[in-house]
Design a protein around this ligand. Structure first.
Ligand code: ADP
Ligand code: MG
Length: 345
């Protein structure tokens, strides 16, 4: 009896250890045989592609091309983009804008409505006032009157999109569109659609804090790690399964500076004109990469309670939030492979 038990425990342990080794994300040699990994830098972001080797000769190039194109057409920083033309003509005249950009702007307005203004595509009037990268001396907390003056120019409801004339118009001088919170999701959606249209069913794309996973990887869902906002770059607090869906993370650790113990980061609350408070990171899982991208930003701005409420009333969307104490919150339907209840403080 005793020997039986010892043998059984021994066998079980062996299986567990074998499983643990097998499930290691580091088992890349297996993946490497079937998938090709490629990466490039576009939009100041690292784009990573994992595609079946059979598609190696075209798929990565196609993905990078799509990201470059989206960047050229939708970047508010490139003076030649249609978006910049709308910004330059603010308060003066409507500007012709391609149909796909108008459609994306309409979606941005809808995300504004859904989040009661937390997501605001006209947030960019605050740009330049806040700087989160660059020489240390240029990183400052702007005086309150300056913030108030710019904040008055932030209001997505004022944006006029005219599909008959094919134009977009910002009615006040100084207003500015900025698609930074959804351009990546948009490019991921286009890239995924392009690979699918050519027959690919299983691939992984990632751009900065956002991933899109198509199909399964050797019979199992792909996995993404959620970073610990105060941990080392490779420290993760959760592993999530992903199949035909996108995971987008907005965090306060990507672009920020600190003054007097306060962290000032790049996700701004349109109500205050200053960095949103209350959360360190938000990860959204959604079949639609554009919505995942927009909603991670929106939920981040809204904070724990209102953010969770928005996630819960959005069918098909799941979210994982890390608050400013490191406590993890999540929606009931979120599937996890592993999860720590608390991040590093
Ligand atoms: P990341 O770009 O780091 O992946 P996000 O998707 O959350 O993170 O996008 C943050 C970016 O969104 C900012 O850098 C800025 O371009 C833009 N942004 C900041 N605040 C808002 C806001 N309240 N609404 C919409 N866009 C915003
Ligand atoms: Mg976003």
């Amino acid at each position: 009896m005793k020997r039986w038990a010892t043998a059984l425990v021994g066998a079980l342990l062996t299986i567990l250890v074998a499983l643990a080794i097998w499930r290691q994300p580091g088992a890349h040699h297996v993946q490497g045989a079937r998938y090709l990994h490629a990466s490039a830098s576009v939009m100041a972001t690292r784009i990573e592609v994992l595609v079946p080797r059979s598609a190696a000769h075209w798929a990565p190039a196609e993905v990078f091309r799509i990201f470059r194109e989206v960047d050229a057409r939708m970047s508010e920083w490139k003076p030649t983009s249609p978006l910049s033309a709308v910004n330059a003509a603010a308060g003066r005249r409507p500007v012709a804008v391609p149909a796909d950009l108008r459609a994306l702007l309409r979606r941005a307005v809808a995300f504004g409505n859904a989040s009661h203004g937390a997501f605001d595509v006209t947030w960019a009037a605050l740009w330049g006032l806040w700087r989160f990268t660059g020489p240390k001396a240029s990183l400052r907390v702007p005086p309150a009157p300056e913030i108030a003056a710019r904040r008055a120019l932030v209001d997505y409801r004022a944006l006029r999109i005219d599909d008959t004339r094919g134009t977009a118009y910002l009615p006040r001088e100084g207003m500015k569109l900025g698609l930074g919170a959804i351009a990546k999701g948009h490019a991921l959606a286009l890239a995924a659609a392009a690979l699918r249209a050519r027959g690919l069913r299983s691939f992984l794309l990632s751009a900065g804090g956002q991933t899109y996973a198509a199909g399964l990887r050797e019979g199992r869902p792909w996995r993404v790690g959620v970073r610990d906002p105060r941990g080392a770059p490779d420290a993760i607090i959760a592993q999530l399964p992903l199949e035909d869906a996108s995971a987008a993370t907005s965090g306060d650790y990507e672009r920020y500076f600190e003054r007097d113990g306060v962290r000032y980061h790049h996700i701004l609350d349109p109500r205050t004109g200053s960095p949103a408070r209350g959360l360190r990171s938000v990860t959204v899982i959604d079949a639609d990469p554009v919505r995942a991208d927009a909603m991670s930003t929106a939920i981040f701005v809204l904070g724990v309670e209102r953010g969770l409420a928005l996630a819960r009333r959005t069918p098909g969307l799941e979210a994982l939030l890390v608050d400013d104490k490191g406590v993890v919150h999540r929606t009931a339907g979120l599937a996890v492979l592993s999860l720590r209840a608390r991040a590093r403080r």
